[in-house]
Design a protein around this ligand. Structure first.
Ligand SMILES: Cc1ncc(COP(=O)(O)O)c(C=O)c1O
Length: 385
């Protein structure tokens, strides 16, 4: 009997430690972690510099609340704003909270522009979180089922369809567009190269805020620090979490221009958000990405993995499509494949199954040898399906 609520259905394995790209279970068996706790531990488990930063900060100061100046928060805000060409940062504890902050910024933007019933365009098949506002934003009826009445007003349009957005230009209630640059949870859905550029242009023409949810795609996952940097654009609001803390819970909502000025004292907050421990850890994450040339590794490995998967799976009928951007990888099959989750676990490989797609989010520090193990295991599992 478990005292935990039943909202998760965990696999029957308990990990007790991790090192680099591997996790170790209670029986001392090692697993190659090609999921990273869902795009979180990009720099691997127990990275010595991160462990050291956490240890030093834990010995010094964990928490004071945002009623006092927090130097590590100031430093991290500056680092992130410089990296993303943004003006201001707000820190919280998760991706959903980062998106909540973004949605509240939109409401204030709407008020400032005399829009009384603001609406946000979001995409079908998107995922923005599990709080009431973010599940309402999420374009997946399964996530929303049972939770009505939803927060209004989110209007869902097809992803990667610019006409679907243009159709709403005459709606004076629209205040923002909120998108993932690549849809992660729905199986690594990559839009056409200029989609985000076109969306940004429409937003600019209509005084709509462009919110990019880079909770999953941010912090090097796609081979650039932020996925939208492939488009040479900057959104008005950018949300981050997951890889930013490499395992410590941190979320960030960055904003530029007018959008950066809307949160004023009393309008938003978080007790834990941006405490010294998580901010120092996140600064260390950014330092490592820079010092250890992590993005170069992501890009090199991405090309290698993409090539090897397409070679090995070229004549396999069961494979419908292979989608790769950086180290976001999906292999979509023509059939259900949920059993591969357990089969991969039996082969000591951690993966995810999303619909009919095998989804891989391996560590950004993966080596070629480790990539080979991942690729060979997956290809064999698919062929035996
Ligand atoms: C794009 C995106 N946004 C938001 C979230 C929610 O993040 P969290 O689970 O940290 O609240 C996720 C989580 O998977 C995500 O992928």
């Amino acid at each position: 009997m478990s005292y935990l609520m039943s909202n998760y259905a965990p696999l029957n394995v308990t990990f007790i430690k991790g090192s680099g790209c591997y996790l170790t279970d209670e029986n001392n068996d090692q697993y190659l972690d090609a999921l990273c706790g869902v795009a979180v531990t990009g720099l691997g488990h127990s990275h010595p510099k991160i462990s050291k930063a956490i240890q030093l900060q834990a010995q010094q100061l964990l928490h004071t609340s945002n009623w006092y100046h927090i130097q590590h928060q100031e430093t991290l805000a500056e680092e992130l704003c410089n990296l993303a060409a943004m003006d201001k940062a707000f820190f919280c504890n998760s991706g959903a909270e980062a998106n909540e902050a973004a949605i509240k910024i939109v409401r204030l933007h709407a008020r400032a522009n005399n829009i009384d019933e603001p609406a946000i365009l979001t995409a079908n098949q998107s995922f923005h979180g599990r709080t009431m506002a973010t599940l309402s934003a999420t374009g997946n009826p399964k996530v929303q089922a049972g939770f009505s009445p939803l927060v209004s007003e989110f209007i869902h349009v097809d992803f990667n369809n610019i006409e679907a957005i243009k159709q709403h230009e005459s709606n004076n209630n629209i205040a923002a567009v909120m998108l993932e640059p690549i849809q992660g949870e729905s199986g690594v859905i990559i839009p056409s190269d200029d989609y985000l550029n076109q969306v940004q242009e429409i937003c600019e023409n209509n005084n709509w805020l462009l919110i990019l949810d880079e909770v999953q795609t941010g912090i090097g996952r796609t081979g650039k620090m932020f996925a939208h940097q492939y488009n040479n654009i900057t959104p008005d609001v950018l949300t981050l979490a997951k890889g930013l803390g490499n395992g410590v819970p941190i979320g960030a909502c960055l904003a530029k221009g007018n959008a950066a000025k809307l949160l004023t004292p009393g309008t938003h907050g978080s007790t834990f958000g941006g405490n010294p421990l998580v901010c120092r850890t996140a600064s260390t994450v950014l330092e490592i990405i820079n010092q250890e040339k992590i993005l170069d590794n992501v890009n090199e490995l991405s090309n290698y993995i993409s090539l090897r998967f397409s070679q090995q799976l070229a004549n396999v009928d069961k494979v419908k499509e292979i989608r790769v951007k950086g180290l976001m990888i999906a292999i979509e099959l023509n059939q259900d494949c949920v059993q591969l989750l357990q089969q991969a676990l039996d082969k000591k490989l951690l993966i995810n199954i999303t619909g009919q797609s095998i989804r891989l989010l391996p560590p950004l520090i993966l080596t070629k040898d480790q990539a080979d193990v991942m690729i060979d295991t997956i290809c064999n599992l698919i062929k035996d399906l």
